[in-house]
Design a protein around this ligand. Structure first.
Ligand SMILES: Nc1ncnc2c1ncn2[C@@H]1O[C@H](COP(=O)(O)OP(=O)(O)OP(=O)(O)O)[C@@H](O)[C@H]1O
Length: 348
């Protein structure tokens, strides 16, 4: 038992699983100025996130598991084992972990520009992201996801891709974060099923939200939503358009059918956008948002399509139920402490 770290009665980490360095609590306390509120970067489902500076000057981000979070312990374990094996310029690097006394923490490279949602959904900050930066962000997210799905040693389904899980480095390069929900597939496995649907309302593919079926194609669907949000500067969840009751997907599709795609463009991009690239991105988003997962492209096709290296098939009408309430009588819906993450459980 000496080599094992007990997290609670049910969760046990084998120290040989941990390929990342251990940070002592004393190191983190010094780096974060004793978790000072000035160092607070934000808060997610896992708990509070702090900025820290190590004695050698390296900047870090520390995710401190909130004590009440049992779910967080599972996510912690998942993240430590999984992300440590991954290395790609479009994924946030896990630098280490700390388990000491009551404290459970993950230590990441620090992303000075924070998360993508804090730019695209903010009228003033959105102006910082001109077209070429946005297109670079879109391509980087696509490459990061492709690495997870096909290029790493493992096949990984992220399951919670969204704007707040994309962080930006000092040069506005995107890095996918938050692997707490991710699942590894072995060998030829392409699809998984869960009774515990976790993810974020507004980004979930229909087959995942309704039947708990997840695959690389459910991540492709979330990518499609994220793409629409980056192009339009509008949130899919809670989208409001004067005089309409449509969600963002349905609104975008109507504009597309009426040959008015440019009306979707974030107004702050009007002067700098390369129209051909914008229209191509919008076209790709509809392909990613197809109702049936077999009609969606995989991420390697998406990457090729983004670079104009592959022709684009005609999209069918995308799945747009996501703006409506998930009124599933056979399922029990429960909201987690994080207001934008929902959990759906099959009724027993
Ligand atoms: N490596 C990092 N560098 C800089 N800021 C970070 C880093 N990781 C997280 N943050 C900040 O902390 C906030 C909370 O992050 P966290 O990943 O815990 O939650 P979230 O993604 O917002 O929500 P959820 O837990 O539902 O996925 C982020 O929005 C971001 O601003």
């Amino acid at each position: 038992m000496e080599n094992n770290i007990m997290l609670d009665q049910n969760i046990e980490l084998q120290s040989e699983d941990l390929e990342v360095p251990f940070f002592s609590l004393a190191t983190i306390v010094i780096a974060t100025n004793n978790f000072s509120s000035d160092n607070k970067l934000g808060e997610g489902g896992f708990g509070l996130v702090y900025k820290g500076t190590l004695t050698d000057g390296h900047e870090i981000a520390v995710k401190r598991l909130s004590r009440s979070s049992i779910q967080g312990l599972n996510e912690f374990k998942n993240e430590v084992i999984l992300i440590a094996k991954l290395q790609h310029r479009n994924l946030v690097r896990l630098l280490g972990y700390c388990i000491e006394g009551d404290e459970t923490m993950l230590i990441y490279e620090y992303m000075p520009n924070g998360s993508l949602d804090s730019f695209i959904f903010d009228e003033t900050r959105a102006k910082v992201l001109g077209w070429s930066i946005r297109f670079n962000i879109i391509c980087g997210i696509a490459r990061g996801l492709l690495y997870l799905h096909e290029d790493s040693r493992l096949r990984i389904i992220h399951r919670d891709l969204k704007a707040s899980n994309v962080l930006l480095d000092s040069k506005m390069n995107p890095k996918i974060s938050d692997f707490g929900m991710a699942r590894i597939f072995g060998g030829d496995q392409t699809e998984g099923n869960t009774e515990r649907v976790v993810g974020t309302y507004g980004y979930m593919a229909p087959e995942y939200a309704i039947d708990g079926l997840f695959s690389v194609k459910s991540d492709v669907f979330s990518f499609g939503i994220l793409l629409l949000e980056i192009l339009s500067g509008k949130k899919n969840r809670g989208f409001i358009h004067p005089g309409q009751s449509l969600n963002l997907v349905a609104h975008a599709w109507n504009l597309w059918k009426e040959c008015r795609p440019l009306e979707l463009l974030d107004t702050c991009l009007e002067d700098c956008c390369i129209i051909l690239e914008f229209v191509r991105c919008l076209h790709i988003s509809f392909l990613c948002l197809q109702q049936h997962h077999e009609d969606r492209p995989n991420m390697s096709s998406v990457v090729m399509m983004l670079h104009g290296e592959s022709s684009l098939p005609e999209p069918k009408e995308p799945a747009s139920f996501i703006g409506k309430k998930l009124s599933l009588s056979s399922k029990k819906k429960s909201a987690s402490t994080n207001e934008i993450t929902i959990t759906l459980l099959e009724a027993r």
